[in-house]
Design a binder for this molecule. Sequence first.
Ligand code: NAG
Ligand code: NAG
Ligand code: NAG
Ligand code: NAG
Ligand code: NAG
Ligand code: NAG
Ligand code: NAG
Ligand code: NAG
Ligand code: NAG
Length: 475
Amino acid sequence: MAKTPLFSLFHTISLISLLLIIQSPLATSHTLNPLPITLSVTDFGASGDGLRYDTAAIQSTIDACPDAGPCRVTFPAPGNYLTATVFLKSGVVLNVEPGATVLGGTRLEDYPKESSRWYVVLAENAMNVGIGGGGTVDGQAGKFVVREDPRKNVMVSWNQTGACSGDECRPRLIGFVGCNHVEVSNITLNHPAYWCLHMVRSNNIRIEDVGIYGDFNIPNNDGIDIEDSNNTIINRCHIDTGDDAICPKSSTSPVYNLTATNSWIRTKSSAIKLGSASWFDFKHFLFDNITILDSHRGLAFQIRDGGNVSDIIFSNINISTRYYDPLWWGRAEPIYVTTCPRDESSKEASISNILFINITANAENGIFLSGSKRGLLRNLRFINMNVTYRRFTSYKGGLWDYRPGCQGLVKHNTAGMMMEHIDGLEVKNVEMRWSNEQEQPEQWNNPLEFRPSTVNNVNFVNFNSGFYTNSKPSL
Ligand SMILES: *[C@@H]1O[C@H](CO)[C@@H](O)[C@H](O)[C@H]1NC(C)=O
Ligand SMILES: *[C@@H]1O[C@H](CO)[C@@H](O)[C@H](O)[C@H]1NC(C)=O
Ligand SMILES: *[C@@H]1O[C@H](CO)[C@@H](O)[C@H](O)[C@H]1NC(C)=O
Ligand SMILES: *[C@@H]1O[C@H](CO)[C@@H](O)[C@H](O)[C@H]1NC(C)=O
Ligand SMILES: *[C@@H]1O[C@H](CO)[C@@H](O)[C@H](O)[C@H]1NC(C)=O
Ligand SMILES: *[C@@H]1O[C@H](CO)[C@@H](O)[C@H](O)[C@H]1NC(C)=O
Ligand SMILES: *[C@@H]1O[C@H](CO)[C@@H](O)[C@H](O)[C@H]1NC(C)=O
Ligand SMILES: *[C@@H]1O[C@H](CO)[C@@H](O)[C@H](O)[C@H]1NC(C)=O
Ligand SMILES: *[C@@H]1O[C@H](CO)[C@@H](O)[C@H](O)[C@H]1NC(C)=O
């Protein structure tokens, strides 16, 4: 069942790429050879010594590729290729060999004038582009830390130009903007200074065998941000970072058809988060076989701006969530489904047809399901779940978290499942276990809390809630 959309998407993409391979030589009559030509940045003068800027050599290599490619630009190992922004063009795939690293520059003048184009590697309006090869791209985030702080590091801000504000004024690592047929595979992305991998207004994206190692204490260190883009496959990724790990956003157009499978996530914020930029719809997503460890929030919808969400499946997911410093968004909820207007000018939006199936969760806080008056949660289903609640950190609980905007943080006892403004809720084969260890920082064991008169069409089948003891360990 869960496999159907995944495979049809794979099929669609491989068929399309097959057609491209067959058609492009005829269409462009550049070459009869569909194999890419390979150019090495060292042949164009790159030093790879990590001290001198190799920007000109790297860019010349890319520019030497035939128009529309296919062309592979190789970064030989060993080597550390320090560079200002590298601009990809159609048909070019960067091939960073195992043992080679592309090092992002740390000076403002290494990046284009407009802050929206601050990336170490950037492709704009290109086709058949990508990066891979088994090597590493490193954003040198450590050099952007002004002061280490055990709660959250204080970062450099390049806002002196007025281009952007506050501490969100740092370069991202890799961006594909307005691209078609993007492949990021077999690459390690280390220490981004800000967001890591950003897809914007792009189509037909494959992100596979990618390791993302951000800094657990650097704010806005997102893993993968899929913005205004369609037909994305994320597979076999390992994401260990400070901020949201997989984060679809809609700012100028909707996000359709996103599949993320066989992946591992640890984050100090949300592992999977839809929003909070949510002006347009999110539709037809599948998240399957994902492990989420020690994160501040597991599966999250943070819908605030009027875009409606529908047809989302989460299957075979193992989640553990815990509290961290409250400076970081998240309140240890394993599942967090919220839609509310960000502010007075925001439209209300609904979240419909959401299935959670085969979910294991060990968490310090309950499941939070909150629609709003004219933006309901409709047809939510929770099937085959084992949820275990145990408090073990000493951070204070007892807060409902509506941030950003809406009602903000509200003091309230927490429950195993908190529900408001829902039409259609099915809970089937769900086992909720509670720790009653005496040393717990807070005792709480209210399994279900309904906001009166806002939750309708409810169906509980085989729902159990009870204590577990040490002789009956957590699931
Ligand atoms: C990644 O690339 C390296 C070097 O080409 C190769 O040896 C390795 O098999 C690739 N791994 C995957 C998962 O494709
Ligand atoms: C830049 O950001 C810093 C830190 O957030 C802030 O104190 C300062 O006022 C900002 N300056 C400008 C010009 O935006
Ligand atoms: C994604 O699909 C929607 C719906 O067809 C469309 O409006 C939008 O322009 C598409 N986005 C891209 C980047 O192709
Ligand atoms: C989403 O995927 C379906 C196939 O599963 C396809 O028919 C549809 O065109 C895709 N939507 C967009 C916007 O590409
Ligand atoms: C689930 O994903 C893991 C990688 O995180 C992989 O090792 C495992 O084989 C996958 N399981 C299935 C059933 O595909
Ligand atoms: C969300 O759905 C509502 C109700 O159908 C509709 O009025 C609104 O325009 C939708 N939002 C968007 C961004 O399409
Ligand atoms: C879930 O992950 C935890 C580690 O966080 C592991 O101990 C447990 O065995 C896993 N459970 C399942 C059902 O995979
Ligand atoms: C929940 O635990 C039971 C054993 O008590 C097990 O049979 C079942 O497979 C588990 N379900 C999930 C989704 O982990
Ligand atoms: C849920 O788990 C059961 C038992 O492990 C399995 O048979 C079923 O295919 C799973 N469902 C989905 C949607 O993956």
